[in-house]
Design a protein around this ligand. Structure first.
Ligand SMILES: Nc1nc2c(ncn2[C@@H]2O[C@H](COP(=O)(O)OP(=O)(O)OP(=O)(O)O)[C@@H](O)[C@H]2O)c(=O)[nH]1
Ligand SMILES: [Mg+2]
Ligand SMILES: [Zn+2]
Length: 356
């Protein structure tokens, strides 16, 4: 059987579990999220449900996600109740799809994040900029994977654009196994990596290639518009043959950002460096006569698309931050009410599971 260390268990989490001082709890890692239930390894594969008190005392983003280490109370028949989520070493967020300003966690305790794009129809530098912001916000350095190299017409031109973003990248043809060794070499034993990207770019094909086994279902993109069919429907973590872990995720339609504006600086050093020289501290870089950024674009020192992305992402982050700030007081009151109810419910549940 695969031991917990292979799943990434280490002193950090062991200390965290001890500090929680929960009675009769064992550690486990969430390896799949099926919505109504989770799959956890202890290292035995177990179906787990979340304790009522944990659900109600938590914001949705704090609830167990794929990648999380949790404290479990085992009951009969390989079932378990999750009492607590151990502190995360990292979490990948986004703003949940839709109009609500809600933070959604895509994966946790991730060491390496691969942003996958297909070189035929999915290539988009502005989307790469989005992912880069979102990952650096979590202190995770992105690595780009450009897949379907066999279908790319103008690879050198695309790679020239990518090089300007200063992010390491690997070119692959997953269906032929090309570049797979380079990907595998990055995911060392005990480390957790994740594939992120649009539907149909080949995340599951890459996962299968790393596993050397067709564990994940894959499906051809639509012929009419080359869009993916959202084949993978839940996140799942796999152990690779040489050690190392990979999380395959469902395709993301649009990565809406979640995080602080300050983190834009690390992905837009070129723009921010110019902006710091503008005449006015609050220069909008859109119309000011002495704007250093606009002048750099005019002199073709800075591509206009960089400023466009920068302003777009900045506005998006500001709008979300404003909406969240104006909601939080009410949400806090609602949560306190839910917590009171759930604690009563949970005491009953705990009493039940003591029987086993
Ligand atoms: N030509 C070519 N096709 C590929 C390559 N990699 C994957 N494909 C094909 O692209 C299609 C989509 O691949 P998937 O692995 O299902 O894509 P995915 O990113 O997991 O998609 P979702 O699960 O929907 O998010 C499949 O038909 C794959 O066979 C490649 O390198 N070259
Ligand atoms: Mg898939
Ligand atoms: Zn300016």
């Amino acid at each position: 059987m695969i031991d917990l260390e292979t799943y990434g268990w280490n002193d950090y989490f062991a200390t965290a579990l001890r500090e929680l001082a929960l009675k009769s709890c064992v550690p486990g890692r969430v390896i799949a999220d099926h919505g109504s239930y989770l799959k956890v390894v202890t290292p035995t594969e177990t179906i787990a449900e979340i304790a009522g008190a944990l659900t109600h005392a938590s914001e949705p983003y704090q609830l167990p996600k794929v990648g999380d280490w949790v404290a479990l109370q085992l009951s009969d028949h390989n079932k378990a109740i999750i009492r607590a989520v151990l502190p995360r070493t990292s979490e990948i967020n986004r703003k949940a799809a839709g109009t609500g300003n809600v933070r959604q966690v895509l994966a946790t305790n991730v060491d390496i994040a691969f942003v996958v794009q297909a070189l035929d129809f999915d290539f988009s530098p502005s989307r790469l900029e989005r992912y880069t912001y979102q990952l650096r916000q979590s202190n995770i350095e992105p690595i780009f994977i450009f897949n379907k190299a066999d279908k790319s017409l103008d690879l050198p031109a695309k790679l020239a654009i990518v090089k300007a973003l200063n992010v390491p990248f690997i070119v692959t043809t997953a269906t032929a196994g090309e570049g797979i060794e380079d990907v595998r070499a990055i995911i060392q034993k005990g480390k957790t990596a994740v594939f992120l990207g649009s539907s149909g770019v080949g995340k599951s094909t890459l996962t299968n290639a790393l596993l050397g086994d067709e564990r994940q279902k894959t499906a051809a993109v639509r012929e009419s518009d080359s869009m993916g069919r959202h084949t993978t429907s839940h996140r799942e973590l796999f152990v690779l043959p040489g050690g190392g872990l990979i999380i395959d995720t469902p395709g993301i339609r649009e990565l809406q950002l979640w995080g602080e504006e300050e983190y834009l600086a690390s992905s837009f050093k070129d723009v921010e460096e110019l902006a710091s020289q503008c005449e006015f501290r609050n220069c909008s870089h859109t119309k000011e006569v002495n704007c250093v950024v606009l002048r750099a674009i005019e002199q073709q020192v800075l591509p206009a698309a960089r400023l466009e992305s920068y302003l777009k992402l900045k506005n998006e982050l500001r709008a979300t931050a404003f909406a969240v700030a104006s909601l939080s007081a009410k949400q806090k009151r609602q949560r306190a009410r839910r917590l009171r109810k759930a604690t009563q419910q949970d005491e009953k549940l705990a009493a039940d599971s003591e029987l086993y």
